[in-house]
Design a protein around this ligand. Structure first.
Ligand code: MET
Length: 751
């Protein structure tokens, strides 16, 4: 059999790309130097994958920021406001990714959204009526040629035309189908050029196919691929899907003239069924995504072999279920992690070996690998915590409901806090400056004592509180200096988690996260946040928000167990966070924010599964955390990239007192869904985009507040940035927050 992968991480085994790009942003290195680092990383990847024995390599899975943006740029889908800046191609690319503020102009970034059901984010291609879709870039050809020059024949990867159009935002009158013809010509030109360079295959990623498909969707797909596949220029075309199955389009896919079809056998519940019931074309290659590309657990070879034996006998390429972008590079970077854990884990590099192991076993030469794997799975992995299991089992309906009702609480809390109209606050974290990170690094390396470490953070908290008082924010935060990451921090203090040192996964652009691994049953055996919150509250008379990460987010931003359900694990975490919330309350903290940044992101891709497979347990799990606090205690929550217009009832059903969410980068469109009276929760739609370094002016923020007030009743509105400020610099944060408070005060006067 043949082996391949869909894509590989690109940020660098030690995040070299992140650091180089950041240096480029700060003008510390040139574009050429950045290009050098990028080329080295690509070279390393090809070498690693080839050395592991993978038969078919890919190219163009590399990106300086995001591959969707790469595809848009390749095809000239660049809004006018960026072209008007007259920047170099690289700078224009970065301007779209993160906004631009400088001598050539001032413009915001493209919208950024979660990539399907992952914590990766893509930049939304923006189509204007006069967008002239045509091939203008060379990246895909350059990288193909670069690999070839190094002796690697690769299969270039490109976002498929259908998903490109489906992910697009249409600013004017024209919609996706209006661009069909131009898109077809542009892709055809890519085929022709690649064929000319000697490429044999191209991989077109079409993950949009795993969502519910309407007739119109399938028509668009047909209109794109019928002409395109009739003119392949000798190139073989692989339609690659992932994150689910293609039950709505399987017939269509197999009837079109593709040369290969990539299916996900991990998340694609019906993939096997589709093949078994409807057959698979003899003249097509099945790219079988058998190794889970999203989680870090070692594969059970017997299960995988079982699956593979059920697939058609010929023409199979063994692959991963999705790009390995979503897992860390390698366990080799985790020398401190005990072998007793490591033997159960497989990161990207180790997954390459799993593919070749399976290939060898099928070819009759992998006896030892199979035996070792069988031995591993023959014994239970660890000891369960029976007390926690029992506690979850004995939860009653009433444990998931808070008394009294929202309305009564709102009255009680109004008196309790006596806040001005349009109360101002922030989402929690303040800039994690170099000093903050250095303090943590020093402590981790044992260069300073715990006492010194804590003292530094206390000094930071003090400064932070003073700053917030000075500029006149109403509800304060302590700044989260003690937290490296909002999930890792909690994981480290709870039982049941495993930690890594270098297991970074790209979240967006230069931002990486290091998700903890849920190893066992989760429980809380010590206070987590109480000391910092209590100290911060002691410095001010204004309310200090306690800051917790919610159970659904902790689960979604960790690598979950696969031996028990996500629901079970989430309820375990919810009980632990509930204990923390009660502890905060006991120590005088009156406002508690339970962040559910990642709640939306794991919504099943098919609508019919939303409630039954997710929200029906995720929302109650959130409620469980806050269900036992006093009526005077105000529960806030925060959510990211909140395209939650369509689950607005579920969001209201979280029964938080206040919800803040990211809205600015989605043009505040979400507000439309809050217009109707049926959304009771008070809301803080972010008034500026913190993912970009640009500073919103006072009048800009005031304008946004007015827009909000046109849609949401004054009494329900809070004013805040659209997310935590940890990734920002101090200067821009100070200026932005000053403008936010000043704008709010100005609007209050106008009321
Ligand atoms: N409280 C967290 C912070 O401010 C929430 C972040 S959501 C990604 O960083």
């Amino acid at each position: 059999m043949t082996t391949t992968i869909i894509g590989y991480p690109r940020i660098g085994t030690h995040r070299e790309l992140k650091f180089a790009v950041q240096k480029y942003f700060k003008h510390e290195i040139t574009a050429d130097e950045l290009g050098q680092t990028a080329a080295e990383l690509r070279h390393q990847n090809w070498q690693t994958i080839s050395d592991a024995g993978i038969d078919q390599l890919v190219s163009n899975d590399f990106s300086y920021y995001d591959t969707t943006l790469d595809a848009a740029t390749l095809f000239n889908i660049v809004p006018k406001r960026y072209k008007a800046l007259h920047l170099s191609p690289l700078d224009e690319y970065f301007a779209q990714a993160r906004g631009y503020q400088g001598e050539k102009g001032d413009t915001t970034a493209l919208s950024m959204k979660k990539w399907f059901n992952t914590n990766y984010h893509y930049l939304v291609p923006e189509f204007e009526d006069d967008t002239d879709v045509k091939l203008v870039g060379t990246k895909i050809f350059d990288e193909y040629q670069e690999a070839k020059d190094q002796g690697y024949q690769t299969r270039p990867v490109l976002l498929g035309p259908y998903t490109l159009l489906q992910l697009g935002a249409y600013e004017d009158n024209k919609k996706a189908p209006d661009f069909t013809q131009a898109v077809v010509s542009a892709y055809e030109e890519v085929f022709s050029k690649l064929a000319g360079l000697g490429a044999e295959w191209i991989q077109l990623d079409e993950p949009s196919l795993v969502k519910d498909q309407s007739e119109a969707d399938l028509e668009l797909f047909t209109d794109l691929y019928k002409p395109l596949l009739s003119n392949k220029h000798g190139l073989k075309v692989l339609a690659q899907t992932y994150f689910g199955d293609v039950r709505d389009s399987y017939d269509l896919l197999t009837s079109l003239d593709f040369d290969g079809l990539g299916l996900d056998f991990h998340e694609g519940d019906e993939s096997l069924d589709l093949i078994q019931k409807q057959g698979f074309p003899d003249d097509e290659v099945l790219y079988a995504g058998v190794i889970n590309g999203k989680n870090v657990w070692k594969a059970n070879y017997d299960e995988k072999l079982n699956l593979i034996h059920k697939l058609p006998k010929t023409n199979i390429v063994l692959s991963t279920s999705c790009s390995l972008l979503h897992v860390p590079y390698t366990l080799e970077n985790e020398p401190q992690l005990d072998e007793k854990y490591k033997k159960y884990l497989a990161f990207a590099k180790e997954k390459l070996t799993e593919l070749t192991d399976l290939d060898h076993i099928l070819g009759g030469s992998g006896e030892d690998a199979l035996k070792a794997n069988e031995a591993l799975f023959a014994k239970p992995r660890y000891q369960e915590n029976q007390a926690i299991i029992d506690k979850v089992a004995s939860l009653k309906e009433s444990d998931f409901h808070r008394e009294p009702s929202f309305k009564e609480r709102a009255e009680i809390q109004k008196k309790e806090f006596d806040l001005p109209e349009l109360p101002t606050t922030t989402i929690g974290s303040f800039p994690q400056t170099r000093e903050v990170r250095r303090n943590r690094a020093k402590y981790k390396r044992g260069e300073i004592t715990k006492k010194q470490y804590d003292q530094f953070n206390r000094d930071m908290i003090k400064q932070c509180v003073e700053f917030q008082e000075k500029i006149g924010l109403d509800v304060l935060v302590h700044g989260e200096y003690e937290r490296n990451d909002m999930v890792e921090y909690f994981g480290e203090k709870l039982d049941g988690f495993l930690f890594t040192s270098n297991a970074w996964v790209q979240s967006y652009g230069t931002r990486c996260v290091k998700p903890p691994i849920i190893w066992g049953d989760v429980s809380r055996n010590q206070p987590i946040t109480v000391a910092e919150s209590v100290y911060a509250q002691s410095l001010t008379d204004k309310p200090m928000k306690g800051m917790l990460t919610g159970p659904v987010t902790i689960l979604n931003w960790s690598f979950p167990r696969e031996d028990i359900s996500k629901k079970e694990t989430t309820l375990q975490i919810a009980l632990a966070i509930q204990a923390e919330a009660l502890d905060l309350e006991k120590h005088g903290i009156k406002i508690i924010q339970i962040d559910e940044a990642a709640l939306r992101e794991k919504l099943p891709l098919r609508k019919s599964d939303w409630y039954s497979r997710y929200l029906d347990w995720a929302i109650p799990a959130f409620r469980l955390v806050g269900s036992k606090v006093k009526p005077t205690t105000q529960i806030h929550t925060h959510m990211c990239y909140s395209e939650f217009g369509d689950i607005i009832d579920a969001i209201d059903d979280m029964d938080a007192d206040v919800i803040s969410f990211e809205a600015s980068r989605a043009d505040l469109t979400l507000l439309d869904t809050l217009q109707e009276d049926h959304f009771k929760t008070h809301v803080g739609p972010g008034v500026y985009d913190i993912h970009s370094p640009r500073i919103p002016s006072e009048s800009e923020v005031a304008g946004t507040i007015h827009k909000i007030l046109k849609k949401v009743p004054l009494n329900n509105v809070w004013i805040n940035p659209d997310c935590g400020l940890k990734t920002r610099g101090t200067k821009e944060t100070t200026a932005s927050l000053e403008n936010v408070v000043a704008a709010t005060k100005q609007v209050r006067k106008e009321l």
